[in-house]
Design a binder for this molecule. Structure first.
Ligand code: FAD
Length: 459
């Protein structure tokens, strides 16, 4: 295949990935004397912070995605190819992709991250993840499919497992999705499933560390825990899920939560691209860069955002994998690329941390700002909505999100609960559907009552 990219007298900057970092960099190079080539396997930019709202039916998938070509319409030095990048060959300054090879003068890796299953194979095979729009739509379908199935079984143990949801990972994504599911249990599901006793539906939030929202302030952590308790989410701290087989999420060899819905939000690795020297890739697959995002030992290769591991004095484990880091590094790299082309010395990047926030449910959010400023509740919730609305790409998306949020807020309803594309786990070992009630009754494992399931739901 030929990528048919025009030959240019100007240097070519190839950017792999049009997420937060890649998009911002390509825009920042709008007036630079370079040819900008963006490669991404998807033809849209995905606003990941709102994926959980797609998964829980609060927002349409289309309102958190935006076509790459539309974003750059009119930018004359911009070229896009929909391509899966397979490898980089630094010796020949070439990127090997699913649609052909692409030569570069400068290469920027902005490939983001992938879900980290920490080598737990049964979880990787059977859990739902929330890293992309297809993941979010699968999760939405799967939860509603399981509610439909719950109506069709007369076996209480099987019904319980279909209703139970276990979210693993007490970071912002885990907290946000658990809160949203709890709201759905309170306001939406009773209307749709009056035949089901939803008091039996349990939502667990399992976190290996001692607190929710690990990187946030102790005040935010405590508020988030309190909000979760108020919503009836069963928080299990200092607990790890080690195995997930046959509809059981095991947190020790003998203790498990029966669930057909395990959502894995416990961590990410860098989405490295093969071909760079092994010593540049860290244990969690991020690429080591210097203070101006240059890859160790590669004068014309750079990495920004989640995939870049930039260590600073106050962040010895590397800057956090957050959208503002990717965006700020993109702006800074655009300036440094101009400097390099003029033969000047690049300048070091300094991260401007403007704070962090997490939403739990309607009127409940926590916000940490610099100088130890913390606030929560309705004002925190409004701040969260405003910041996310403003950062969504595209005017239409902002309007649609605002209308959907306003509708949900005033009607306590979420309109989007269609199972348009049913999701089927390919590799799942779960035989719940095949086993008869008799067989299950004769299987002691199925009837064992795990300690967690006896906890009452208080919402
Ligand atoms: C569910 C969720 C919630 C989040 N919430 C927040 C939040 O509230 N606040 C916050 O600041 N951050 C949040 N984040 C993190 C934030 O989304 C990331 O830090 C940010 O997206 C990183 O930007 P990036 O440009 O490095 O990568 P991304 O935005 O992930 O973009 C990477 C791009 O590279 C493309 N790509 C990857 N590999 C290849 C390849 N081999 N070939 C072709 N294309 C490729 C992908 O298709 C994608 O478009 C959240 C993340 C998730 C998953």
């Amino acid at each position: 295949m030929d990528t048919n990219l025009p030959v240019s007298a100007q240097p070519r900057v190839v950017i792999i990935g049009c997420g937060f970092g890649g998009l911002r960099l390509a825009k920042a190079l709008r007036k630079a004397p370079v040819q900008v080539v963006v490669l991404d396997r998807n033809n849209y930019h995905n606003f990941q912070p709102l994926l959980y709202q797609v998964a829980t039916g609060a927002l349409e998938a289309d309102s958190i995605a935006y076509p790459i070509r539309k974003i750059f319409a009119g930018q004359e030095n911009f070229f896009y190819r929909m391509a899966d990048v397979q490898r980089v060959d630094p010796a020949s300054n070439t990127v090997i992709t699913s649609v052909g090879d692409v030569h570069y003068d400068y290469l920027v890796l902005a490939t983001g991250s992938l879900t980290n299953f920490f080598g737990l194979e049964t979880i990787e095979r059977n859990a739902m993840q929330i890293k992309s729009i297809p993941n979010a739509l699968n999760l939405r379908s799967f939860i509603f499919q399981n509610f439909e199935k719950a109506l069709l079984t007369s076996d209480p143990a099987a019904r319980q497992a279909l209703l139970n949801i276990v979210v693993v990972g007490g970071g912002p994504t885990g907290v946000e999705i658990s809160g949203s599911l709890a709201e759905m249990r309170k306001h939406v599901l009773p209307k749709d499933y009056p035949e089901l006793d939803l008091r039996a539906m349990q939502i667990f939030l399992v976190e290996a560390g001692p607190a929710l929202l690990g990187p946030m302030s102790p005040a935010s952590q405590a508020d988030a825990k309190r909000y979760m308790d108020e919503l009836g989410v069963l928080v299990r701290l200092n607990t790890s899920i080690k195995r997930y087989e046959e509809g059981k999420a095991y947190f020790s060899e003998t203790e498990f939560i029966p669930t057909d819905n395990l959502v894995w939000a416990a961590g990410v690795n860098g989405a490295e691209v093969p071909g760079l020297p092994a010593e540049t890739v860290t244990r969690n697959k991020r690429i080591t860069v210097n203070s101006w995002n240059q890859v160790q030992g590669q004068p014309n290769i750079f990495a920004i955002g989640d995939v870049a591991n930039m260590v600073t004095d106050d962040m010895p484990k590397g800057l956090p994998m957050l959208a503002p880091v990717a965006q700020q590094q993109a702006d800074h790299l655009a300036d440094n690329l101009r400097r390099l082309m003029r033969g000047e010395t690049p300048q070091a990047f300094v991260y401007n941390n403007k704070g962090s926030m997490a939403i739990v449910s309607r009127n409940k959010a926590v916000v940490d700002l610099p100088k130890n400023i913390h606030f929560r509740g309705f004002f925190g919730w409004l701040t969260w909505l405003f910041v996310h609305l403003m950062t969504l790409v595209g005017f239409r998306n902002k309007v649609v999100a605002l209308v959907d949020w306003a509708f949900s807020y005033f009607s306590s309803d979420q309109a989007l609960r269609l199972i348009i594309r049913p999701f089927h786990r390919h590799d799942v070992k779960d035989d719940r559907g095949k086993k008869s009630a008799e067989h299950r009754a004769a299987t002691p494992e199925y009837n064992a009552t795990p300690p967690a399931i006896q906890t009452p739901v208080n919402s």
